[in-house]
Each structure stands twice: as structure tokens, then as C-alpha cells.
Design a protein around this ligand. Sequence first.
Ligand SMILES: NC(=O)c1ccc[n+]([C@@H]2O[C@H](COP(=O)([O-])OP(=O)(O)OC[C@H]3O[C@@H](n4cnc5c(N)ncnc54)[C@H](OP(=O)(O)O)[C@@H]3O)[C@@H](O)[C@H]2O)c1
Length: 272
Amino acid sequence: MEAYTLKNKVVLITGSSQGIGKATALCFGAQGACIMLNGRNKEKLIKAEKELRLKGLNVDSFCADITNLDNAKKLIDKTINSFGKLDILVNNAGVSMRGKFSNLNSDVFKRVFDINVFASVNLSKLALPYLRNSKGSLVFVSSVAGIRGLPSNSAYCSSKMALRAVAESIRIEEAKSNIHVGLVYVGITEIEKGKTTISENGSLIELEDRSKYRVHSKGHVASRILENIRKRKFITTLTWLGKLNFFMQKFTPILSERILIWANRKVQARSL
Ligand SMILES: NC(=O)c1ccc[n+]([C@@H]2O[C@H](COP(=O)([O-])OP(=O)(O)OC[C@H]3O[C@@H](n4cnc5c(N)ncnc54)[C@H](OP(=O)(O)O)[C@@H]3O)[C@@H](O)[C@H]2O)c1
């Protein structure tokens, strides 16, 4: 059997102007893939593109908010015009949120689902004909928070959980076309300075720096996304906490819920 190579594979990574998406672009590009970057902020995107080019990588970019269907179509067209085909789509762009369900501003769920679910779904549908041709890979970047519902994360957990059902359906429907469909449950990872999350009132708030905690590096997450594709795996679960969560949710869901209720009470008591 031929060894898997990314040489000349065309990879579209959404939300790749920073964070895990950019690290994945660097990792895949360094192995010879042609990379299409994407993000909304032009300045940030151009900076990332320049950085990759300076490293000698074959890269292009398309600045767009992919929650808009027209933009999603244009992103696919741009990828095909620039590189002639599409081998891998990594649905990475996403947003998180914080806040107790009963306090959430009414548009928080919509904003989270718009990018985490609907943009991924629309783009995947548009990419399918090209992925069928290349017998390529369709990957969804989920979160260990998508394994079960967690307190203060209802919109985020449910959006990331929805991706599993979408991936399962596509795997069955596309079984004959030999497309690989993968789902990566990412654990807590280092973040870019200034990364924001949606607060319960709908405003964007900056996340606390994680450099003093032992969290996965973005490069490590990128390498596990690559492994998911190379081995054509369905699910890759990162971090020991993610694996424990996965195991407990499957075999001892009631115990898992009791532990979370206890932990949530402790957190609430501390914040009083
Ligand atoms: N970091 C973690 O600890 C962690 C843990 C579990 C799962 N994940 C998942 O991993 C993925 C990446 O996370 P990250 O921490 O690297 O996030 P990040 O640093 O906030 O980067 C998000 C990227 O997505 C882009 N983006 C956001 N909304 C977009 C839109 N509507 N259209 C196009 N691009 C958009 C952002 O650029 P612009 O703002 O310029 O658009 C940026 O390039 C997400 O799906 C996240 O849920 C992360």
C-alpha cells in the first residue's frame, strides 16, 4: 500500500487566519499541500498568508464570512480556480459562548449555530461533488464539549454535538463514494491573545490567557487532525479529560451527570 502523502493535495481550512486553523494550515502546507486560507478579518488573513508564503508554502486566501451562503459558494469557487480541485475540507471556523441557559440573550444560540453548524453544513454540501472526485476527506472540528451537555455552554455543546449527527449521516449516504468523513473532538488548547467568546448578554468578551495551564498546543491539535485524515478515522478524541468524558458518557452517563451537578454547585457557591 502506498504511504499517505499530502503532496499536491488541495486543502481548504475555514477560520485559518489564526489559532488551530492556522496551525493546521502550517502543518499541512509543510507537508506539500496547497492551502486555501479563510477568515473575516482581512488584515489578519493577509498576515497569515504572508507568513505561510515566507515559509515557502503554496497558499492562497479568501476573506469572507462563511455564514453567508454566497460567500461559501465563492470560497469553494476560489479554491477550484486557484488550485483546480479539492481534496480536503477542514470545517474549523467556530465560536464559543459562556452563560447559564436561562440568562442567555435570545440571539446567542443563533450566532453560535450560524458558524459552528450551518456554515459547516453549507460548505460541506458545496464541497461534496469535488470530494467525491478526489475521494477526499471532509473533517469537522468539534470539541470535547460536544460529547455531552455542560453547564454554561448549552449553545456551544449542542452546536458541536450536532456536527456528530451530520457526520454520521454523511458517512452512510456517501459510503459508496469513498469519501472519508472525520470528526475531531478537540480538548482545551492554547489560544491566540485576544481570542473572544460570546457572553450571555451577546457581547464579545476576551478569554483568559491559558499559557500558565497545561493545555494542548495548536500544533499538536493540527497533527491529530492530520492523523484523523491519514488513517481515515471517524472519531479522534483529544486530551485525557476528553477520553474520560467520552467513556463516562457512553458507559456511566448518570454518574457523569451527578459529578457535573456536584461540580457546578461548587463553582456557583464559589462565585457567590
Ligand atoms: N481553542 C480551544 O481550546 C478549542 C477547544 C475545542 C474546540 N475548538 C474548536 O476549534 C476551532 C478553532 O478554535 P480556535 O481556538 O483556533 O479559534 P480562534 O482562535 O477564535 O479562530 C477562529 C478562526 O475562525 C475565523 N472565523 C470565525 N468566524 C468566522 C466566520 N463567520 N467566517 C469565516 N471565518 C470565521 C476567525 O477569523 P476572523 O475572526 O477574522 O473571522 C479565526 O481565523 C473552533 O471550531 C473551536 O470551536 C477549540
